[in-house]
Design a protein around this ligand. Structure first.
Ligand code: SF4
Length: 440
């Protein structure tokens, strides 16, 4: 694809928050691993990477083999090494956590070490299988769709990816905090995945308008839908259209892909308490905005975002106002100047006479995103439970030939979950195409 991004986009001011291991550091850390037989770290990884095996390969100098072990389970092993919340996945389950003296094995950093070397050397481990004559449409060019497409190509099926944006990579490109991974790194990974060959990519195509999902199902032997979430949900209060009020996801995407226009902002308020809110807080601070305040309707102990991420945000200077509910915005000359809010009690009920204004010249709304379920859920045999499409473990929806994965299936989890679901759906699609000859 070789997409070019502007050199002066907002995210380039961010430093890498977890510097890479040197050879000596990687080997030393790898030698601490106990190579557990029933390794809990494997079970904690949604893609089931054989962690003790890849770590042992690093310890014995077989870095190429280590990378291959990672990519065999997770073709997005390079980005997952950077963006996975390892503290609550593999590292969080490492047996060292049961001992007092030593920290858990730094699995993410070892994975980054092996995969970075493979990328730097231009290693490619996979090639497309013999042509089966089957054609599969993949809707969505994020981690779920690309992982599905890559595995389908290994089986020899022809694949076409339909992506609404101009760039592939999904959240890795548009939404991951830049201190974890920048957009250009994500695009490098996209090119590496596409290097298997034979994956046709159609960007700027909004499946639903034209072509419809029904048309794709008629034209292809199977369809995998791996689209992410839709736009930020609004607060629906007065003044939300003022200049300076925007969705947090839009803010993050703009900062990652375009030149920064937030240089004059003095005080940003981020509304929400989830991981997107914390990312927006840390990114606003990283852009140099002097005061950044998170405004959340619950307490600090009840916020849904990862505690370790919030702890880091506080170290970086974030403030918070707990138990606050926005009720409107203040503005002048069409621009936001503040956010009106009320205090909430422990039952999240407004406290009488508590309305006050928090000054802000940028307000980022991070209370969730809409879900793009409608077109998929409208198909015969497909069920939605409100937040997600109901599908079996492999992503089969019940509608012949239609599979889902990623946010649509899991209700919005991590990149690594999307990768696992895309990969597993490809295996199921291949099984159906191989046995039925006509798809599921
Ligand atoms: Fe190594 Fe920890 Fe996994 Fe055991 S649980 S294999 S020590 S990384």
């Amino acid at each position: 694809m070789a997409t070019q991004l502007p050199d002066n986009r907002g995210e380039v001011v961010f430093e890498d928050f977890k510097p890479a291991y040197t050879d000596a550091q990687a080997v030393t850390e790898a030698n601490r691993c106990l190579y557990c037989l029933d390794a809990p770290c494997i079970d904690a990884c949604p893609t089931g990477i054989d962690i003790p095996t890849f770590i042992r390969k690093i310890a014995t100098g077989n870095v190429r083999g280590a990378a291959k072990t990672i990519f065999d389970s997770n073709i997005f092993g390079m980005s997952c090494a950077r963006v996975c919340p390892v503290e609550v996945l593999c590292v969080g389950d490492c047996v060292y956590n049961r001992f007092d003296e030593s920290p858990p094995i730094q699995i993410g950093k070892l994975q980054r070490y092996a995969t970075d070397i493979a990328y730097a050397k231009g290693e490619q481990f996979y090639e497309a299988g013999p042509d089966t004559g089957k054609r599969v449409a993949v809707v969505g060019g994020g981690p779920a769709g690309l992982a599905c497409a890559h595995r389908l190509r290994r089986f020899g099926h022809a694949v076409t990816i339909f992506e609404k944006r101009d760039v592939l990579g999904g959240l890795n490109t548009t939404g991951v905090a830049p201190y974890k991974m920048r957009a250009d790194k994500s695009l490098e990974e996209v090119d590496w995945v596409l290097a298997i060959g034979g994956i046709e990519v159609k960007t700027g195509v909004d499946v639903g308008a034209s072509p419809s999902l029904g048309e794709l199902l008629a034209d292809y032997d199977a369809v995998f839908v791996g689209i992410g979430l839709g736009p930020d949900s609004p607060l629906v209060v007065d003044g939300e259209t003022l200049d300076g009020v925007m969705g947090a996801v839009d803010f993050i995407e703009e900062m990652k892909l375009q030149p920064s226009r937030f240089g004059g902002v003095r005080h940003a308020v981020v509304v929400g308490g989830g991981n997107t809110a914390i990312d927006a807080v840390r990114e606003a601070l990283g852009l140099g905005i002097p005061e950044v305040t998170m405004l959340y309707r619950g307490t600090e102990g009840g916020m849904p975002g990862y505690a370790h991420e919030w702890k880091a945000a506080k170290v970086e200077g974030a403030r918070a106002l707990w138990q606050r509910q926005p009720v409107g915005f203040e503005g002048a000359d069409g621009k936001v100047t503040g956010i009106r809010c009320v205090r909430l009690d422990d039952r999240k009920q407004p406290v009488a006479d508590s309305e006050h204004v928090v000054h802000a010249d940028l307000v980022l709304i991070a209370i969730g995103q809409s879900r793009l379920l409608d077109q998929v859920a409208a198909l015969e045999g497909v069920r939605a439970d409100g937040r997600r499409i109901v599908a079996d473990e492999a992503g089969f929806t019940g509608h012949p030939g239609l599979y889902v994965g990623g946010d649509l299936k899991n209700g919005a989890k991590e990149v690594v979950n999307a990768v696992a679901e895309g990969r597993d759906a490809a295996v199921a699609i291949d099984a159906h195409l191989s046995t039925s000859g006509q798809g599921a």
